[in-house]
Design a protein around this ligand. Structure first.
Ligand code: ADP
Ligand code: MG
Length: 260
């Protein structure tokens, strides 16, 4: 049972989103709303456009047509890369402040401790005071079960611990939305559980999350909604018990059959 509240405030609204790389159509009309407090898991085969969709939400890719809004503000509407660059950097930075992103490769700064990694953006970019940022970072490290590792360097941490630091770092900017792109795919199998467990806790605490993963068990337990993407389209979307338990589309059925 979940104690989370999902309300009707839309955090992400994507409409008819199209994105190509040269002749390759990668996103072919994505329509998706994500509500405050909701956990949406995106499943789909490699190359189906999942990462590109997350990257469009976070301004890491330009958008060809359609639009994405985050918290009511449009992201790169029909702007080509050249013009997007001209879009005020301040406006982009402001939108990105609302979004935390966790990648497959955790990309911690190797010369900084866990704590320094977590306070880097709040102090360096958002000009928070070091003491307030440190206090918040210690709370976040505690939240991901790593308060005892605050002064360890990434090389002294396991992959699972590094990824949990990366999650704390993404949370440090107090995002309204967290994007996870295959956060456990680079981990040894025995380290996957601790990261998924951290993500389950965040979900329970009401964070709005979009998670791309191949962890079907996580999707089944933690997702409010599961989206199945293939060929740049959303093929099927619904409650986990429907999309995973009883998929209606042949492509979803064939994809999921690999995990049984
Ligand atoms: P997924 O995350 O579902 O595996 P991606 O969004 O990474 O899929 O990629 C979708 C398609 O777009 C793939 O065919 C990939 O090779 C291609 N692609 C992704 N990024 C680029 C890029 N920067 N330039 C050219 N092609 C790309
Ligand atoms: Mg990907």
């Amino acid at each position: 049972m979940t104690t989370r509240q999902i309300n009707q405030q839309t955090i992400v609204r994507s409409r008819n989103l199209h994105k190509s790389f040269g002749p390759l159509l990668v996103l072919d009309g994505i329509d998706l709303d994500v509500y405050a407090g909701e956990v949406v898991v995106i499943l789909g085969p490699s190359g189906s456009g999942k990462s590109t969709f997350l990257r469009c939400i976070n301004h890491l890719e330009s958008i060809d047509s359609g639009f994405v809004e985050v918290d009511g503000e449009q992201i790169g509407y029909r702007l080509r890369r050249e013009r997007l660059d001209k879009l005020s950097n301040a406006a982009i930075a402001k939108q990105r402040q609302k979004i935390g992103m966790v990648f497959q490769q955790f990309n911690l700064y190797p010369h900084m401790t866990a704590l320094q990694n977590v306070i880097e953006a709040p102090v360096g970019v958002h000009k928070e005071s070091r003491s307030a940022a440190t206090e918040n970072a210690m709370r976040l490290l505690d939240r991901v079960g790593l308060s005892s590792k605050a002064h360890s360097y990434p090389r002294q941490l396991s992959g699972g611990q590094q990824q949990r630091v990366a999650i704390a770092r993404a949370l440090a900017i107090k995002p309204k939305l967290m994007l996870f792109d295959e956060p456990t795919s680079a981990l040894d199998p025995e380290l996957v559980g601790e990261v998924l467990s951290t993500m389950r806790d965040l979900a329970k605490q009401g964070l709005t999350m979009i998670v791309v993963t191949h962890e079907i068990g996580f999707a089944r337990e933690a997702a409010d909604r599961v989206v199945f993407m293939d060929g740049g389209k959303i093929v099927e979307m619904g409650k986990p018990e429907d999309v995973i338990g009883n998929p209606s589309h042949p492509r979803t059925q064939s994809f999921l059959s690999r995990f049984i």
